[in-house]
Design a protein around this ligand. Structure first.
Ligand code: G3I
Length: 357
């Protein structure tokens, strides 16, 4: 979309008197008008918070489990699949008519302790346990989970990220996971999900290049990969390289892949000032990202990693700890579920985006 249209939309919102913090219309419907799916991650630990679940249902067209689709949650032991937490989230999606994304079948983290023994045994055992897991989990939800983050964060700074799966199987871990997912649910969209590719920082630029090469390699080998997930854990202290990001997105779209924004939040740990100023800086930073991203028609969805500052992984991770001890404010709604300027930034970005077929 040309800047002039985006400027017009922002101006129209301002002139309309609609609070720029956010239009009255839910984010899900503003996004859906342009063919974009807006959603958020939720945790089964928060299903009992009726106010939060109401906000999620009003603002989101879809949800993704924060931890319940990971090995550590699903597999307390080699012989046991604990589907209850993921079923609970699937039950919310069914009950509220929400789409459900799957996250994640192959990751170096959140692995149960018993798995390490098998992965350090033989590659054949590693392959067997991976296929069995993917088949059981993906088949259970079938097409109800319309889109899986099959592989998460497989790239490190110098190629494949070392870890139990890559150490056991190398790149084959990726091809096995995708093939097993396609066999288990032929109509589910299969996504390669990556982090740290959004900013101007050197490692991000290198990772964009490596990621493009990896996707070209996987596609050339016939790996059934339908799209790229860009996590978008943005940091206000890391400027967005709009030119390079635009080029990268165009290159990915040129491969015929869908692009999903899968885990958007904006870390204000290094932003000084009161919450009001921090919230504005967060919204402006997100706009610089969203304006570029939503110009690319291959981008089909935007999911935030949570919806309210009441719950964020950043409150429990050093990356989100502020020097002043205050909690980070990375999400569109505050802890009291009141819309923040970030919600307005999302609303403006959706309103100004071009329609996707
Ligand atoms: O459930 C146990 C609880 O029984 C135990 O008492 C407690 C003790 O620490 O741990 C609890 O598990 C925690 C789990 O979240 C559920 O809350 C794990 O320690 C903790 O490491 C885990 O963190 C999650 C992290 O992924 C690792 O799985 C975060 O909530 C989650 O937001 C984060 O999400 C990741 C995405 O999957 C991939 N992209 C990056 C993103 C942020 O790191």
């Amino acid at each position: 979309m040309s800047l002039s249209r985006r400027t017009f939309v922002a101006g129209a919102l301002a002139l309309s008197g609609a609070p720029l913090a956010r239009a009255a219309e839910p984010l899900r419907s503003l996004a859906a008008r342009q063919g974009i799916e807006f959603g958020c991650a939720i945790s089964s630990r928060h299903l009992g918070e009726a106010d939060l679940m109401e906000l999620v249902s009003r603002e989101c067209a879809g949800i993704v489990p924060e931890g319940e689709g990971k090995w550590a949650s699903l597999r307390p032991s080699q012989d046991i699949f604990n589907f209850a937490p993921l079923d609970a989230i699937a039950g919310l999606a069914r009950g509220r008519g929400l789409a459900l994304r799957g996250h994640t079948l192959l990751w170096q983290h959140s692995l149960p302790d018993w798995l390490a023994r098998i992965l350090s045994d033989t590659p054949e055992r590693a392959e067997e346990v991976l296929i069995h897991h993917v088949d059981r989990v993906v088949r259970r939800y079938g097409g109800f989970i319309r889109c899986w983050d099959v592989v998460n964060e497989v790239l490190g700074d110098g190629g494949l990220r070392p870890g139990p799966w890559v150490d056991a199987l190398g790149l084959e871990a990726v091809t096995i996971a995708f093939a097993a997912s396609r066999a288990a649910s032929p109509n589910t969209r299969l996504i390669l999900n990556e982090t740290a590719i959004e900013s101007a920082a050197g490692p991000h630029a290198q990772r964009r290049h490596a990621l493009l090469k990896l996707m070209e390699t996987l596609l050339s080998r016939g790996v059934p990969m339908d799209g790229l997930g860009i996590q978008a854990h943005l940091r206000c202290s890391e400027p967005i390289d709009q030119g390079e990001l635009r080029r990268f997105l165009s290159d990915v779209g040129g491969l015929g892949l869908d692009i999903l924004i899968t885990e958007l939040d904006v870390n204000d740990a290094e932003v000084s000032g009161d919450p009001e100023r921090r919230d504005r800086v967060v919204a402006d930073h997100a706009s610089r990202f969203l304006d570029v991203v939503l110009d690319e028609l291959a981008v089909k969805s935007v999911y935030c990693w949570g919806l309210s500052d009441r719950h964020s992984w950043l409150h429990h991770h050093p990356a989100g700890w502020r020097a002043d001890g205050a909690r980070t404010r990375p999400l569109p709604f505050d802890a009291g579920l009141v819309a923040k300027p970030l919600a307005g930034a999302l609303a403006r970005a959706f309103a100004g985006a071009r329609w996707r077929p």
